[in-house]
Design a protein around this ligand. Structure first.
Ligand code: SAH
Ligand code: SF4
Length: 352
């Protein structure tokens, strides 16, 4: 069986080069071709001898993402739809950060099993886990797109966030392997990568132990067990209280914080009491809060929940004010790419 380079750790690439009787620096060249120059095939690697390329092709190949659709929003947001080999589909989103660079939001699973009631991905259930190369391919496709816009001075991806489709900690091994590729082979700094979880408690500590030390984001979304149970069924297994205890114990590197995401739903979790409770819950955790006004699905209202709606602006700002008064760093994440359904929680890859 040939190896897929994008599913292969650095040391195995070195081993292959050695086995083929080539000098060790050839491994670095191959890695640069794949992740730096974004080669589509081994034949692109023109500074390797023809004979070496031929022997390499007998043992390995470069997989290429099947980009089914690219949609650009008026505000510069770009949404990608990918077709996977077995017919599944996933999405990722490039979001301009206003400083000439982009944040890339990627998927870790096709669908998601956790069924949060406000989330479009959750509604389709879990289709399957992604392999590491399918996660990496989303980054490669985004880089290729940016290069195609401006071949000589392609804007760069400043941040990568695992906030697309799926629950990354439910696809732990492949996500860890993708994190290694991003940091070791693609040169992304650990500080620029964020893994977001709905709170798979045992995996949170494991992430710190086994993965590159990337940033952690936790989707809190409620301040009481009962509301969180209703919004996020996963809370019945991993309750809020234990989740926050796990966050307190999380070995945060110096100068870092845990991001807490909080989807604001009108009259469900957006009261002044909620804000005050949130302040208390976060005591003792180096944290920042990302308030995400609910993005409605853009079609008939959710069947599974009594009319979730986005709170009005005054309520959103009041919630943030209460956090600020308690010296909690809190920002409101304004939805980008709304005209192409590229906002958080709207990813569902239904190919329309
Ligand atoms: N499964 C992980 C990562 C993907 S979801 C997690 O839940 O953290 C990424 C973020 O999108 C989560 O914080 C989630 O709460 C938020 N989200 C989901 N649906 C949304 C919606 N309709 N409007 C706004 N944010 C939403
Ligand atoms: Fe899954 Fe995250 Fe959506 Fe919940 S919010 S259903 S965990 S993708």
């Amino acid at each position: 069986m040939k190896i897929n380079f994008k599913q292969t750790p650095e040391k195995e690439i070195h081993r292959l080069v050695e086995e083929l009787g080539e000098r060790p620096y050839r491994a670095r060249q191959i890695i640069d071709w794949i992740y730096g120059k974004l080669a589509v095939s081994i034949d692109d690697m023109t500074d390797l001898s023809k004979d070496f390329r031929r022997r390499l092709k007998e043992r390995a190949f470069i997989s290429n993402p099947d980009v089914l659709k690219i949609r650009e929003s008026g505000d510069g947001t770009v949404k990608f739809l990918f077709g996977l080999e077995d017919g599944e589909a996933i999405e990722s989103v490039l979001i301009p950060n206003g400083r000439g660079k982009f944040t890339l939001c990627i998927s870790s699973q096709a669908g998601c099993a956790l069924g949060c009631v406000f989330c479009m991905t959750g509604r389709q259930g879990l289709r399957r886990n992604l392999r590491a190369y399918e996660i990496i391919d989303q980054v490669i496709a985004a880089k290729r797109h940016l290069r195609s816009l401006s071949p000589d001075a392609a804007p760069s991806i400043a941040n990568i966030v695992f906030m697309g489709m799926g629950e990354p900690l439910k696809n732990f091994d492949e996500v860890v392997s993708a994190l290694r590729t991003l940091t070791d082979l693609m040169g992304f700094s650990r500080r620029k990568i964020t893994v977001s979880t709905a709170g798979i408690i045992p995996r949170i500590a494991e992430l710190a132990e086994r993965a590159p030390r990337v940033n952690l984001a936790v989707s809190l979304n409620a301040t009481t067990e009962s509301t969180r149970n209703r919004l996020m069924p996963v809370n019945r297994k991993y309750p809020l209280k234990e989740l926050l205890a796990a966050c307190r114990e999380f070995p945060l590197p110096p100068n870092r914080r845990i991001t807490f995401e909080y989807v604001l739903l009108d009259k469900i979790n957006d009261s002044a009491e909620d804000a005050a409770r949130l302040v208390r819950l976060l005591k003792g955790i180096r944290s920042k809060v990302n308030l995400i006004p609910f993005n409605p699905p853009g079609e008939t209202a959710a069947e599974r929940f009594p009319e979730p709606a986005r709170p009005d602006e005054a309520r959103i700002l009041e919630f943030r004010r209460i956090l600020h008064r308690a010296k909690i760093v809190a920002t409101v994440r304004r939805s980008r790419g709304a005209d192409i359904s590229a906002a958080c929680g709207q990813l569902r890859a239904d190919r329309r």
